[in-house]
Design a protein around this ligand. Structure first.
Ligand SMILES: [Zn+2]
Length: 397
């Protein structure tokens, strides 16, 4: 709640956009808390802030947790912030309980996760993981023309060094779910096993315009017949791929769009998602196969084009197991789930063992000033994070 006072909005949310004075004020508050807990704080050249608690074997790879402190212009108090503060709470609890860990633990504030002021979501973690060149991040500008490099230099961050990626044993991120599933199913913890694969496709079928009256059915070149064949088979394919499959036909457009003309052209979109690569791949394959076979059955020409694709992420088995074991030992109601949204952890997962923990948020609302979460759920998520981190970091009382 103290963090939420920095950039507080009248409607109870937060406006603390990346690399602003308010973002800086939030980091300064965190730094004061972290230093009071005996931790060291440093910032890298792309603005990622690291809070470090030494391990008993301090040269071992770090066990990492964290999220982001920047918000949307009309953001909430919990998105990202919760993950950072839960990490700090873990470090404070370890200190209070007199628990040392073999591996050092670092709590990270990833720079510019939201991508609303500087248009690149998950920027800091993308540079850190080597997925985005530092120069590309520096060159991003806000609407006033100020660059990320300018903003960092204004903060006093030295921008003339390369980002060095420390050795990491494991990384966990705890986050509000930002969707309604946990709340609706009365679960306290979501054990996040990955982020789904997703793609968007456009199907165009060429037919021939004809009068709806005089043209017998078998003498038409009607592109809608292809759609009529494809849809039931495609929904059946999605159903076969289990409850995690997502198939959305969001747009169907017949041209010229006249009730008494056989359409000369049909266009429809297909949005395909699945957390498992093999299932996702076969659903995509089925789309192509079904459209091509229907085209050939009806003697029509057409095409399927993939217009957008975001590869999914499968989190690390060891990290997922650490989260699941901690959740079971603490006795919380939980379910496995995949994230529908992108997170810094998607970038981390490309280079280090990673997993996430979700907790419910009120009504599934996020990116909204009304964003809210129950203290008991936030406590549960932080407890799972604590126990999972200690197991990964080799804790001993
Ligand atoms: Zn977030």
């Amino acid at each position: 709640m103290a963090m939420a006072e920095i950039g507080a909005t009248v409607q109870g949310g937060c406006n603390r956009q990346a690399l602003t004075d308010l973002d800086r004020a939030g980091r300064d508050l965190l730094t004061r808390w972290a230093e009071a807990a005996g931790c060291q704080v440093r910032t890298d050249c792309v603005g990622n802030l690291f809070v470090r608690r030494a391990g008993t074997e301090d040269s071992l790879p770090v066990v990492m947790t964290g999220s982001h402190l920047d918000t949307q212009p009309t953001g909430g108090k919990f998105d990202g912030v919760y993950g950072v503060l839960a990490g700090l709470e873990v470090l404070e609890s370890l200190r209070d309980a007199g628990v040392s860990t073999q591996h050092p633990i670092e709590v990270v504030v990833w720079c510019n996760e939201e991508g609303c002021r500087f248009p690149m979501a998950m920027m800091g973690s993308a540079v850190w993981s080597g997925r985005l060149p530092l120069a590309s991040a520096y060159a991003l500008t806000d609407r006033a023309g100020l660059s990320v490099r300018d903003a960092l230099e204004h903060w006093g961050v030295s921008t003339d060094v390369a980002v060095s990626r420390q050795a990491v044993r494991a990384a966990l991120e705890v986050h509000i779910e930002q969707g309604p599933v946990l709340e609706q199913r009365a679960k306290t913890i979501g054990v996040v096993t990955g982020v789904q694969h997703m793609s968007r496709h456009e199907v165009v079928i060429e037919g021939q315009e004809a009068h709806a009256g005089p043209t017998p059915m078998e003498m038409r070149r009607d592109p809608v017949r292809v759609l009529a064949d494809v849809l039931p088979a495609l929904y059946a394919s999605a159903r076969e791929r289990g409850p995690d499959a997502r198939l959305t036909i969001g747009l169907i457009e017949a041209s010229p769009g006249s009730p008494n003309t056989v359409p000369g052209r049909l266009r429809f979109t297909v949005d395909v998602r699945h957390p498992e690569l093999r299932q996702y791949g076969s659903l995509r394959f089925d789309l192509e196969r079904l459209v091509r076979s229907a085209l050939s059955n009806h003697g029509l020409r057409g095409d399927v084009t993939c217009v957008w694709e975001a590869p999914g992420v499968t989190f690390d088995d060891g990290c997922i197991a650490a989260v699941r074991v901690a959740t079971k030992e603490l006795g919380y109601e939980f379910m496995d789930m995949v994230s529908g949204a992108g997170h810094d952890s998607c970038n981390l997962a490309a280079v280090v063992p990673t997993a996430m923990i979700f907790v419910p948020c009120a009504g599934g609302l996020s990116h909204n000033e009304a964003e809210d979460a129950l203290p008991s759920d936030l406590e549960a998520g932080a407890n799972v994070l604590l126990h999972a981190l200690v197991s990964l970091a080799g804790g001993a009382p």
